[in-house]
Design a binder for this molecule. Structure first.
Ligand code: NAP
Ligand code: ZN
Ligand code: ZN
Length: 311
């Protein structure tokens, strides 16, 4: 369950189509394939992420960046000729997807549930970390330790960066270290924030609510970049231009990742033994889980056991 599911279900973003079945972190086993399918076979462990179709012809698709295709079809709430006219997502026991948008999973089967969140939280953090060349010698901030943020910490640490986690929750101070953060800052504490002023190369901001971006831009050193992946329903109150022109800083955005990079991320995670930290729930606990996510009470991703949908 991604925070985007909440934004969409509750029509916090424009354009929710009902009935809405969210879910774009999907794992399972192939139960049937079409006659012309060559990349997957019945019985394979596979994943489906945020994208189930795109034009397959434009420059973005040709570059494997289907996530930026103007005709990208989201796994839910996307246009489709099938009834009811829009796609229905992964809170379901089955889904039919073109082979191009189906990912191979090579983690051990017993980790399958904890692999699911990689399909959105994993790729959404992996892609900007790669694009902005995060690696050894870099000091990287990850802001907001939820589903995306906890993956951001694990991935940035695995890429060799020095990772500083920024949280509003005192209770996550030790937990963030256990995820691989080298330092943890409770962002409500001005002194702790000031200790990192002008020192970070890159900041990955995953926060789902509008907040003061200037406080984090001030932590970037010259030519540093803060990339926003959190997608609040209403605008941030900042930035102040001087936060950017001083030190030639950049403020950027990034959306999920393309299919080849999603496969690369899954393989990277399998190789490095990386999965999400999850709490499994039944389908009848979804509403309660949303409330707990909004209170920041999940460490760090809920996964629905879709077998419980049959109950
Ligand atoms: P999440 O699990 O709810 O985590 C969000 C975290 O943000 C919280 O755990 C909390 O961390 C922090 N936070 C919440 N309210 C805050 C506030 N008022 N001030 C400061 N920090 C606050 O959500 P998620 O699933 O990781 O998703 C995060 C955002 O990314 C959502 O807006 C989602 O729609 C978006 N998203 C974007 C993409 C993309 O492609 N760009 C993909 C997936 C999701 P602390 O307790 O540590 O402060
Ligand atoms: Zn998502
Ligand atoms: Zn395209």
């Amino acid at each position: 369950m991604c925070h985007s599911d909440i934004h969409q279900v509750r029509a916090e973003w424009a354009g929710t189509l009902y009935p809405c079945v969210p879910g774009h972190e999907i794992v399972g086993r192939v139960s049937a394939v079409g006659a012309h399918v060559t990349s997957h076979k019945v019985g394979d462990l596979v994943g489906v992420g945020c994208i189930v179709d795109s034009c397959r012809r434009c420059d973005d698709c040709s570059d494997g960046l289907e996530n930026y295709c103007d005709h990208m079809v989201g796994t839910y709430n996307g246009p489709t000729p099938d009834a009811p006219g829009h796609t229905l997502g992964g809170y379901s026991q089955q889904i039919v997807v073109h082979e191009r948008y189906v990912l191979r999973i090579s983690h051990p089967e017993e980790q399958l549930a904890a692999v699911a969140p990689l399909l959105c939280a994993g790729i959404t953090t992996y892609s900007p970390l790669k694009h902005w060349n995060v690696g050894p010698g870099h000091k990287v901030g990850v802001v907001g330790i939820g589903g995306l943020g906890h993956m951001g910490i694990k991935l940035a640490a695995a890429m060799g960066a020095h990772v500083v986690a920024f949280t509003t929750s005192e209770s996550k101070r030790e937990a963030a270290k256990a995820l691989g953060a080298h330092e943890v800052v409770v962002s409500r504490n001005a002194d702790e924030m000031a200790a990192h002023a002008k020192s970070l190369d890159f900041v990955l901001n995953t926060v789902a609510m509008p907040h003061d971006l200037d406080a984090f831009l001030a932590l970037l050193k010259r030519d540093g970049t803060m990339t926003l992946v959190g997608a609040p329903a209403t605008p941030h109150p900042s930035p102040e231009v001087f936060s950017l022109i001083m030190k030639r800083r950049s403020l950027a955005g990034s959306m999920i990742g393309g299919i080849p990079e999603t496969q690369e991320m899954l393989d990277f995670c399998a190789e490095h033994g990386i999965v999400a930290d999850i709490e499994m729930i039944r389908a009848d606990e979804i509403n309660e889980a949303y409330e707990r996510m909004l209170k920041g009470e999940v460490k760090y991703r809920f996964v629905i056991d879709t077998a419980s949908l049959a109950a």
